[in-house]
Design a protein around this ligand. Structure first.
Ligand code: ADP
Ligand code: MG
Length: 317
């Protein structure tokens, strides 16, 4: 196979060989690609300018502005942005494993250990965003949580950890879970998609963006932009990882909206019967309707259930 470039289909991507599709969103298609000079694999988010209005184009540039500031092991790293007449291309670190969403679909639900392994890393990424960069992600969901598979001990079935391990009948086969090593196929979790994210203060200065002096109180504390929305979303993700279905669901959007507004969810039997009270407590504190009483990111990192997680070790045996 020759290193054929992608000049014909995607003008502007002459330095890359576009490979298979990794996923897609409402406005984008994401491809795996190979940088022809360095030979490195990357992910390229292709956004079609056609039918994008001014504000949508501005949103893409804002996504790039936010992404290029971010340097964290649990956040997909920005590489470069290329603009052609018809497309924007956002070149970024490739998360080889794809979406965590696929793992839930394939394996129904995850063990408490594996769920903790994932949520701990999401929490580290969000702590960095909320406390160090002043960014609210606003779109945390399984489709935007990607992963980098890492080595697992060959004696273990790589897929066993994707199943619940607290069932005494299957426990024997699964061996000991070691975060960061025995995390089954899910090694390093990478938060992606800053398309809806919002900067609430400038990086390094910690002063809010723009002129705050004349801004009305309801705008200053606009709840749509505040950090609490990410914490709620983490609660929804954690709930979904543990049982395999989301806390709020309805065929009709009106009914769903109403359920969310009331914060009405249950730990449905029998799916939640064997899940620990500590895990349920953590979910409860995240899925708290009053944003002031909801867990902050630091509360979450100190939560008894979550803080059972050890820092993933870099030593892969
Ligand atoms: P959108 O804003 O349209 O939702 P995303 O940035 O979420 O776009 O990308 C869409 C999908 O493409 C993701 O859900 C995921 O499946 C895949 N994807 C995105 N970025 C990467 C990446 N860096 N590595 C691997 N797959 C990715
Ligand atoms: Mg997305």
């Amino acid at each position: 196979r020759q290193g054929r470039s992608s000049a014909s289909k995607y003008p502007g991507l002459e330095n890359y060989e576009v490979l298979e599709k990794m996923g897609e969103g409402a406005f984008s298609v994401v491809y795996k690609a190979r940088h022809l000079i360095s030979n490195k694999l990357v992910a390229i988010k292709v956004l079609r300018k056609f039918q994008m209005d001014r504000s949508q184009k501005q949103a893409v540039l804002k996504e790039v502005t936010i992404m290029r500031q971010l340097k964290h092991p649990n956040i997909v790293r920005f590489a470069e942005v290329i603009e052609s007449d018809s497309y924007y291309y956002i070149v970024q670190e490739l998360a080889v494993g794809g979406e965590i969403f696929a793992a839930i679909v394939n394996f129904t639900y995850l063990s408490e250990d594996l769920s903790r392994h994932i949520i701990y890393q999401v929490a580290e990424a969000v702590r960095y965003l909320h406390e160090e960069v002043g960014v609210v992600h606003r779109d945390i969901k399984p489709e935007n949580l990607l992963f980098q598979p890492i080595a697992f001990r060959p004696s273990l079935n790589p897929f066993s950890k994707l199943r619940r391990s607290d069932d005494p009948k299957t426990k024997k086969d699964e061996g000991e879970f070691v975060p960061g090593i025995g995390g089954g196929t899910i090694g390093v979790v990478k938060l992606a998609d800053f398309g809806l994210s919002k900067q609430i203060w400038e990086h390094n200065t910690k002063t809010p963006c723009g002129t705050v002096g004349y801004t009305a109180p309801e705008i200053v504390r606009d709840e749509r932009y505040s950090k609490e929305v990410d914490m709620w979303a983490i609660g929804c993700v954690l709930y979904t990882l543990l049982c395999g279905f989301p806390p709020f669901y309805d065929e009709r959007i009106e009914t769903l909206t109403e359920k969310v507004a009331r914060g009405k969810y249950t730990f449905l039997a029998p799916w939640w019967d064997e899940i620990s009270d500590e895990a349920k407590y953590c979910v409860t504190r995240l899925l708290t309707v009053d944003p002031k009483k909801r867990y902050t990111i630091n509360d979450l990192l100190n939560d008894p259930w979550l803080s059972k997680a050890k820092k993933p070790t870099s030593a892969v045996v």
